[in-house]
Design a protein around this ligand. Structure first.
Ligand code: NAP
Length: 249
């Protein structure tokens, strides 16, 4: 299927590895020129080189996207037709030990950073009458994971923002949707598994498809939601979890 977005420009933050990279790869395959970001310059440049091999233009911005300075630096590369927001997830832990600073850090990374990026790019998208925003959130939005309470809390706030704002920008041809990963085979999930093959096998056994998801299939879903065919999908929270969430809707 031709996604109809060849020649458009996208910003994908936190994109040198994992799900962000999966999204960048799928957009590059659809002919989208990219600005990508991550803190580690070496991995970011390696990813950029792989993306350029697909024939698209790729600009890199090194730095922590949760800081105002790096947000300004990525936005200076605009304007953008497509925005994919992503950042690292908060560490696991327990409600008994989290302090105000822990919550503020999580809210900054997983709620206020995507909101700041959206606030900056939405006016241009509205003016041109077309835009696509995808936020990478988590299955924890629908099914909270107790040890990831910092993530549960921050991402719930972002989800509320998107629910309302997506309806305000939809009249102008701009869609905002969230993609909710379940367990995808990235560095993040390997860290949460503690590098223990038994933990990994037990975790996969609880998933109806009996495996972790891949960054490539996650990215393909992202690229479709960024396509010309997805203009009627607004304010949705799309779960990619291999069937773990046992709900009818
Ligand atoms: P990952 O494999 O660890 O990759 C994270 C990517 O983001 C790397 O490129 C990393 O590069 C970059 N990054 C992290 N923090 C950043 C920051 N502050 N500024 C700029 N770049 C940053 O993680 P992932 O599995 O793809 O997860 C992506 C997001 O989805 C996370 O928020 C995670 O919590 C969420 N999620 C993932 C899963 C899963 O199954 N994988 C499930 C639920 C939710 P640098 O380290 O060099 O910056």
């Amino acid at each position: 299927m031709d996604l109809g977005i060849r020649g458009k420009r996208a910003l994908v933050t936190a994109a040198s590895k994992g799900l962000g990279r999966g999204c960048a790869e799928a957009l590059a395959a659809a002919g989208v020129d990219l600005v990508i970001n991550a803190r580690g310059g070496e991995a970011l440049e390696a990813t950029a080189a792989a993306l350029r091999a697909q024939g698209v233009t790729v600009t890199t911005v090194v730095g922590d996207v949760t800081t105002p300075e790096v947000q300004a630096a990525v936005l200076a590369e605009g304007p953008f037709d497509i925005l994919v927001t992503n950042a690292g997830g908060p560490p696991p832990g327990s409600w008994e030990t989290w302090k105000r600073e822990d919550y503020l850090k999580a809210i900054d990374a997983n709620m206020l950073t995507p909101i700041a990026l959206m606030t900056a790019v939405l006016p241009g998208m509205i003016t041109q009458g077309w835009g696509r925003v995808i936020n990478i959130t988590s299955q924890s939005v629908k099914s909270p994971i107790p040890a990831l309470g910092l993530s549960n809390s921050a991402r719930a706030g972002l989800t509320g923002f998107v629910g309302g704002t997506s309806r305000q920008v939809a009249p102008f041809g701009v869609t905002i949707n969230n993609l909710l990963p379940g367990s995808h085979d990235t560095d993040r999930i390997r860290a949460l598994d503690g590098g223990d093959p038994a933990v990994r096998a037990a975790s996969m056994a609880r998933i109806p498809v009996r495996r972790y998801g891949t960054a490539a299939e996650f990215g393909a879903t992202c690229a479709f939601l960024c396509s010309v065919h997805a203009g009627y999908i607004v304010g949705q929270n799309i779960l990619l979890d291999g069937g773990v969430g046992n709900t009818t809707m």
